[in-house]
Design a protein around this ligand. Structure first.
Ligand code: SAM
Length: 277
């Protein structure tokens, strides 16, 4: 009889966010496959789990798949975890599940914490219908194209972002629609957890002031409602466009900056037209 491949959810920060079943499964498994043994060692030591750890990550997953499948076929029970949250969700595991299922090996998930859903639930952005897109492409134009497509859909969009790119990603969202409601969720379940929801233009004015660009981030973007379309301002004069943002609470200077971004104009040009008008 072959063993079972257990996909086990682990915490995304707070070590208490793990189920009794997850701990039992990790204790009873013959092997725990993990991305980084140093990270998982902290978890297993905390819960006094002495199951041997083996590496399974982006860079060795193809080489070790046959070996893992053989172990399962020989009757070993294997638990797969990632550094944080759910395996397979922007983390390794999908290919292994496909091969295991093809071989008739039983696959079971032990559910647990997940950064995308934790951010969505806390954000105050609609949770009725949503789309999770993991990490965006890194190249500027590919990222922008992807966001234009995603932001045209009537669904909340959830993305993961690194602290080094979060500002650039918010600025790209702003270029597409500065009025769009977004939530930025950092350090979820940890001591410095912060979840802020506002228009993307407002959020950008707060970066590095009361929103520190350190830690792990999830961005939640409100879906298109047909009115928040990319060029919603096209019928407005430049003056009305600036006034719109002022009414929304931006200072004149920031409103002019946002209009320049929306219209792909120089700040000075907008400033002059606004003040002449
Ligand atoms: N498998 C994980 C899950 O289920 O959430 C996600 C792994 S992915 C490689 C790592 C990304 O998840 C981080 O770059 C960040 O965007 C997000 N993330 C993970 N933990 C987080 C936390 N505590 N707070 C905010 N974002 C987090």
């Amino acid at each position: 009889m072959s063993g079972i491949l257990h996909l086990v959810g682990t915490p995304i920060g707070n070590l208490e966010d793990i189920t009794f079943r997850a701990i039992r499964t990790l204790k009873e498994a013959d092997i725990i496959l993990c991305e980084d043994t140093r990270v998982t060692k902290k978890l297993v030591m905390h819960y006094e789990i002495d199951t041997p750890l083996k590496s399974y990550h982006e860079h060795n997953k193809e080489q070790v798949t046959d070996y893992i499948i053989d172990l399962l076929l020989e009757g070993n029970n294997i638990a797969l975890v990632s550094d944080a949250g759910l395996p397979l969700i922007s983390d390794p595991g999908y290919e292994l599940v496909v091969v295991a299922r093809e071989q008739g090996i039983k696959v079971e998930t032990v559910p647990g914490a997940n950064a995308a859903l934790t951010a969505l639930m806390t954000s105050g952005v609609s949770s009725y219908s949503f789309l999770f897109d993991g990490f965006l492409p890194r190249k500027d134009n590919e990222k922008k194209d992807r966001l234009v497509n995603l932001m045209g859909l009537p669904h909340t969009v959830i993305i993961y972002e690194s602290p080094f790119r979060v500002k650039h990603t918010l600025e790209t969202i702003q270029k597409i629609d500065g009025n769009r409601k977004v939530a930025i969720a950092r350090e979820l379940t940890k001591k410095f957890e912060q979840v802020e929801t506002d228009t993307v233009s407002h959020i950008i004015t707060r970066l590095e002031k009361d929103i520190t660009l350190k830690g792990e981030f999830v961005i939640v973007i409100e879906g298109s409602n047909g009115e928040n379309d990319v060029n919603w301002w096209s019928e407005l004069s430049i003056e009305d466009h600036v006034n719109h943002y002022v009414k929304e609470g931006l200072r004149n200077k920031d409103a002019i900056k946002q209009v320049a971004v929306d219209r792909d104009m120089k700040k000075n040009e907008v400033y002059q037209i606004y003040h002449v008008d």
